[in-house]
Design a protein. Structure first.
Length: 154
């Protein structure tokens, strides 16, 4: 499919009414429904009393939610003495994939977190997800000098 022009994609701040479309996109991409996860994430994002900067965004094409990105800016957490943004979730409706939607979302996310003082953007990607690794690599992401550690619990 042809890439959409920037004028065809409206990027806006995520709102509560995006729960249904975001959950549906996630289901269409991963084949599993996670409404509780997204209800919690969106309520965290929109909690005005938290003092957090809203960095979670939605892309609309023709009035329809076509994709989203969710993330945060951390100011010195994890023992890292600088402001760093993290992308924890990104999703694009399969009907709009490979048309530039994720790129437009990422560009606006970077602009937003840059204004908040973030100096870097981090994310985690499954090593086997070559499409997502390629997407981020094509946009300048590379391996970081931090190591994701895990502990399997019984």
């Amino acid at each position: 499919m042809a890439k959409l022009g920037a004028e065809d994609v409206e990027i806006r701040v995520m709102r509560g009414s995006d729960l249904g479309p975001v959950t549906e996109i996630d289901y269409r991409v991963f084949g599993q429904r996670r409404p509780d996860y997204y209800e919690r994430k969106i309520s965290e994002v929109l909690d005005e009393e938290s003092g957090r900067l809203v960095t979670s965004l939605v892309a609309e094409v023709g009035g329809k939610v076509a994709g989203f990105v969710m993330g945060s800016v951390y100011l010195g957490e994890f023992g890292i003495p600088e402001s760093i943004a993290y992308i924890d979730t990104i999703g694009v409706d399969p009907d709009f994939q490979r048309q530039g939607v994720a790129g437009y979302l990422l560009d606006e996310f970077k602009t937003t977190v840059d204004k908040a003082g973030a100096t870097k953007v981090h994310t985690l990607v499954n090593w086997a997800d070559t499409d997502l690794l390629g997407f981020f690599a094509n946009r300048g992401f590379g391996a970081s000098n931090t190591l994701n550690l895990k502990l399997d619990l019984p």
